[in-house]
Each structure stands twice: as C-alpha cells, then as structure tokens.
Design a protein around this ligand. Structure first.
Ligand code: CP
Ligand code: NVA
Length: 334
C-alpha cells in the first residue's frame, strides 16, 4: 500500500514508520530536482501557513518561508514577541484560533509538551521546528544528505559526538535506528539520552537489524565511521552558567583531524548548524574570553580545519532543510 501522510502532524520521528521516512526522503529528492531545474511547483496555491518561533532560527524559518512560497502558499511569521501565545492566551486557545485561519502550523519552542498540546487542539497539521527533545524536520534533511553521499542508508556507521541527550542526539539515535543505520553516541555518560529515548532507539534498532550504542571512548566509537556528526555544546534555552561545566565535559569529544582520521577515508562530517568552529561570533568570542585560557576554544565542538574541509557537508545539509521541509508540507497538506 502506498504511503499517505495527508493530515498528519510531524512532532517526532518516532511516530513515523521506516516506509514513511523513506517516502519523505524520496519526495524531497523530487522537490530538489524541481527547484534546481527551475520548474515551478506551486502545488499548494490557495493554502496558508503560520510559523511560530519562540526561539531564534535561520535555517528552519527560512526553509519554511521559501518552501511555503515556492509551493504557492501564503506565509505568516510570528516571533516570540508578536503573539499573545503563552502570555495572555493559552497554547490550546491559540491553536484553536490559528487552526481556523491556517492550513498548517510550524512551532519552535521549549518543551515538547507544548507542540503536542498545539497539535491536539489545532485541527490542522502541526510541524515541530525544534523543541528541547526532538528536531524532526532536521532529520529528513540529514538523511537525504547521507543518502546523496553514499547512495544508501542501511548498514552505514553513524557517530554522534558530544551532547548526546539534546534534541539532536535524541533525534539522530531514533532516526538512525529506524532506518537501519548503526548509531554510536560518543560523549560523557552524564550526557547520554534519558532512559525512554535509549529504550525507544534500541527497540527500533531491533526491528530494523541495526544497532545503537553509547560510549565514552572516542577512539573506539569513531573507528571506521561513515558519518561523524556533532552539535553545539549548549543548546537554546539552557542557562549561560552551564558553559563552564559543558566545556570541561565535552572538550575531549571535539571533532578534529584526529577523529576524522580514525573514521573511514570516505567519511563525511555533518552538523545541523549553527556551529562554533571559529571566533567569528559574539558568543564564541565571549566564551573564549571567559574560558580560553584553560582550553583552546578557537573551534569548540568542531575544529575549523574539519568544518572547512572537503569532508564537511554542512552547507549541503543546510540547503536540504529547504527541499525536505517542502516535501513534509506537501505530503501533509496536499
Ligand atoms: N539547524 C537548525 O535548526 O538551524 P536554525 O536554528 O538556524 O533553524
Ligand atoms: N541543539 C541545538 C540545535 C540547534 C539547531 C539547540 O537546540 O540549540
């Protein structure tokens, strides 16, 4: 039977089957071809979407905006300061109102519970544009990027380095397990995912003949990897005070030349971005001023050398956010 995602929410990848995820990746390839060949694809003309952002964004916001416009839709962007949501109006009431105006709602915010409450009350598809727990739209772009580089997904070895229990670590463990990719999370034990996420990932790995493991040993974890992935050490919504502790815990898990040399020669480097790979950001500079005397923070989670190497696919990955978000909206709204 064919895959039909019409009317579905995208709140977490765990809710989607392997067939549904692979369908979204194939649809993204088709939309990418249409975009690159300059062929119009305004298949959702007459529909409207709203983008609610309670945290900042470059890629996710712009992907939803450009994808929405390419599909012919009207797009409204609401930043944290410009709606009543959460302050004078509950999430449930906001959802009920927006669901009457719009055909789909994107939400980026703090707790996963909030996007779930929005979805329960909206009556139209809700897409999770990142919460503390999951980042599902990023997953389709990441898997498309891996497929473009290796021609397949199943059987590859994927290593996630650093803060394994943030939205990215959680999402990648589950997504890899679902798609038959062997996942290794490499970081300090105190930053491994919560029990429920680890159990889910193990269950999916069992169903799809893949493996999920966590290790504190960089050399063991990264040996012969096909993909090395990392994310920033302190995520949006976390207090500034955690930087010092995080740097101490995570600096041994930086992705650098030595790590890449331990992976396969054909290995690629990926990162959802934004990244602290040099000192050209205000936060990067500020953190370096505070802690740079004890640690080399010129590159934090990844060295500049790896970030700008030919193995790095980070900008292809960022571009793929737009093609994949287009596929997600089309599949759920068509
Ligand atoms: N990767 C990602 O979600 O980037 P933004 O925070 O810029 O949306
Ligand atoms: N873990 C990061 C991802 C950013 C796309 C954060 O939540 O800030």
């Amino acid at each position: 039977m064919g895959v039909n995602l019409r009317g579905r929410n995208l709140l977490a990848i765990k809710d989607f089957t392997q067939d549904e995820i692979l369908y979204l990746i194939r649809l993204s390839e088709q939309f990418k071809n249409l975009k690159l060949s300059g062929s119009p694809h305004d298949y959702l003309r007459g529909k409207n979407i709203v983008l609610l952002f309670e945290k900042t964004s470059t890629r996710t916001r712009c992907s939803f905006e450009v994808a929405g416009m390419d599909l012919g839709m009207g797009v409204t962007y609401l930043d944290p300061g410009s709606s009543q949501m959460g302050k004078k109006e509950s999430i449930a009431d906001t959802a009920k109102v927006l669901g009457r105006f719009y055909d789909g709602i994107e939400y980026r915010g703090f707790k996963q519970d909030l996007v779930e409450e929005l979805a329960e009350n909206a009556g139209v598809p809700v897409w999770n544009g990142l919460t503390d727990k999951w980042h599902p739209t990023q997953m389709i772009a990441d898997m498309l990027t891996i497929k473009e580089n290796f021609g397949r997904l199943k059987g590859l070895k994927f290593v996630y380095m650093g803060d394994c229990r943030n939205n990215m670590g959680n999402s990648l463990a589950v997504t890899c397990a679902k798609l038959g990719i062997d996942f290794v999370g490499c970081g300090p034990k105190s930053l491994w995912p919560e029990e429920d996420v680890r159990e889910l990932a193990q269950e999916f790995a069992k169903e799809n003949s893949s493996s999920v493991e966590f290790s504190e040993d960089v050399s063991y974890a990264t040996k012969d990897a096909d993909v090395i992935y990392t994310d920033i050490w302190v995520s949006m919504g976390e207090p500034e005070e955690v930087w010092q502790e995080r740097i101490k815990l995570l600096h041994p898990y930086q992705v650098n030349k030595k790590v890449m040399a331990n992976a396969k020669d054909s290995a690629i480097f990926m990162h959802c971005l934004p990244s602290f790979h040099d000192l050209k950001t205000s936060i990067g500079k500020e953190i370096n001023d505070k802690f740079g005397k004890d640690y080399d923070l010129n590159g934090m989670e990844v060295s500049e050398e790896v970030f700008s190497s030919s193995q790095s696919k980070v900008f292809d990955e960022a571009e793929n956010r737009m093609h994949t978000i287009k596929a997600i909206m089309y599949a759920t709204l068509k």
